[in-house]
Design a protein around this ligand. Structure first.
Ligand SMILES: Cc1cc2nc3c(=O)[nH]c(=O)nc-3n(C[C@H](O)[C@H](O)[C@H](O)COP(=O)(O)OP(=O)(O)OC[C@H]3O[C@@H](n4cnc5c(N)ncnc54)[C@H](O)[C@@H]3O)c2cc1C
Length: 402
């Protein structure tokens, strides 16, 4: 394994950093003070300029209109963009669209790709992913209430979803629903179906209030109802009964994107913490950073961030070499490990900044609140730990039960 940064990546990162400094970072204060919707016109103008950089939708192959980076190359870019809360959105590689693009590229028919993937990659539309339901534990992905039953050439979808990130303003939803609720193999009961949001019977009930914010547009999490929404069978993604398999494949590369973005968050928080430790004086000539406790926060954070990056790059490398299925333990490990690192680094940064850390003068307070979700979405910590530990223990002879 060679994780050195090639001259090509180095120049991509310089290019991205320059664009972020000139175009995106100046919007940050207004974003923190007034919210995403208030700065949407400026962000959209910024996106139009980002399209000209060659780094637009960089995870997507050039044949589909993207920047054509490999998973490992994109991982480095994702870290750089993650230093700003707006970076991924400006370059059209934000969740959940990034995962939906990957699904459409891998499993979409040519017609689905033309209708949904092309405008998504071009940034003309947005999408959402509706899987989690308020009435069922999302940690058990094969247990749900939403059904999509065949009626001639259509599916009729009924169900209730929530936490659909970016549903507000999305052009289509990918809906996970039971197409064969009685199938003997519980992993073959559900399918993914593309639902245009102007379909009769599709309802965005509203945006959830999360950590005191309802948000809007892409920066929101919607509650959605399917009241007998009818879509053509041609909107099925992959095969019938393939929903669980598709969800698994969506999550592999997705976790690399998320984790490297979180490392970008950590690096930015670390910079702010170190600068504050040097500049803030407890008394004339006695900077905060002269205190051993603060030095420990800094040393622990540096070690944990560097270790997290190596773990993620190793997982990305293994996905590229062996495929996501063989690398599944590496993928589970980074999910809970890096989310924990981010939470600890952000918490130390808040503490180091004192009252300033609670204000919106820096992005740390916003991240501290909203990135807490990293330990929950795409599989809660406990689920990943259980999955990895069970596999390890089976290799020591633990018997499979349930
Ligand atoms: C900010 C955010 C964005 C999201 N975006 C989307 C999206 O775009 N689309 C979508 O469909 N969903 C989305 N989700 C939903 C997310 O995927 C679910 O919240 C997650 O899968 C957990 O499901 P749940 O909330 O139903 O928790 P539950 O399954 O009810 O679990 C509750 C808690 O129980 C514990 N637990 C669960 N299983 C175990 C176990 N085996 N052992 C020990 N403890 C356990 C965990 O601590 C867990 O947090 C999002 C969530 C958040 C917070």
């Amino acid at each position: 394994m060679d994780f050195s940064i090639s001259p090509r990546i180095s120049s991509i990162l310089d290019h991205a950093r320059d664009f972020m400094d000139r175009e995106v970072n100046p919007l940050e204060q207004a974003f923190l003070a007034d919210g995403f919707v208030a700065i949407l016109p400026e962000v959209k103008a910024c996106r139009a300029r980002a399209r000209q950089t060659g780094l637009w939708a960089a995870h997507v192959p050039e044949t589909h209109g993207g920047g054509g980076l490999t998973l490992t190359e994109f991982a480095h870019l994702s870290e750089e963009l993650g230093r700003s809360p707006l970076g991924h959105y400006v370059f059209n590689c934000q969740a959940p669209d990034v995962g939906n693009m990957e699904l459409l590229m891998e499993f979409g028919t040519p017609e689905q790709q033309e209708r949904w993937l092309q405008p998504l990659v071009a940034g003309e539309i947005r999408s959402c992913f509706t899987m989690t339901e308020p009435e069922f534990a999302g940690s058990n992905p094969v247990w749900m209430g939403t059904t999509a039953l065949r009626d001639g050439d259509e599916y009729v979808i009924r169900g209730h979803k929530w936490f659909a990130t970016g549903a507000d303003g999305a052009e289509f939803a990918i809906c996970m629903a039971l197409t064969d609720p009685e199938h003997e193999d519980r992993y073959r009961r559900a399918s993914m179906i593309i639902v245009p949001t102007d379909t009769d019977g599709y309802e965005l009930i509203g945006n959830l209030s999360v950590m005191g914010h309802r948000g809007g547009d892409w920066a929101s999490h919607g509650e959605v109802a399917y009241h007998g929404a009818r879509v053509p069978v041609a909107n099925l993604l992959g095969g019938e009964g393939m929903g669980f398999a598709l969800a698994q494949s969506r999550l592999g590369p997705g976790r690399i994107h998320h984790c490297m973005r979180w490392i970008g968050v950590c690096e930015r928080a670390f910079d702010i913490m170190c600068r504050h430790a040097v500049e803030r004086e407890l008394a004339p000539g006695r900077p905060l950073g002269s205190k051993q406790t603060v030095q420990q926060w800094i040393a622990d954070s540096r070690a944990e961030i560097d270790a997290a990056r190596l773990l993620v790059l190793n997982a990305a490398w293994r996905i590229e070499q062996e495929g996501a299925r063989t690398a599944r333990d590496a993928i589970s490990l980074i999910k809970f490990s890096v989310a924990g690192t981010m939470q600890r680094v952000l918490d130390r940064a808040v503490q180091c900044l004192g009252g300033l850390g609670m204000t919106d003068d820096t992005p740390i307070a916003m991240w501290w609140a909203h990135e807490r979700a990293a330990r929950i979405y795409d599989g809660a910590d406990e689920v990943h730990k259980q999955v990895v530990a069970r596999r390890i223990l089976r290799s020591f002879g633990l018997e499979r039960r349930g």
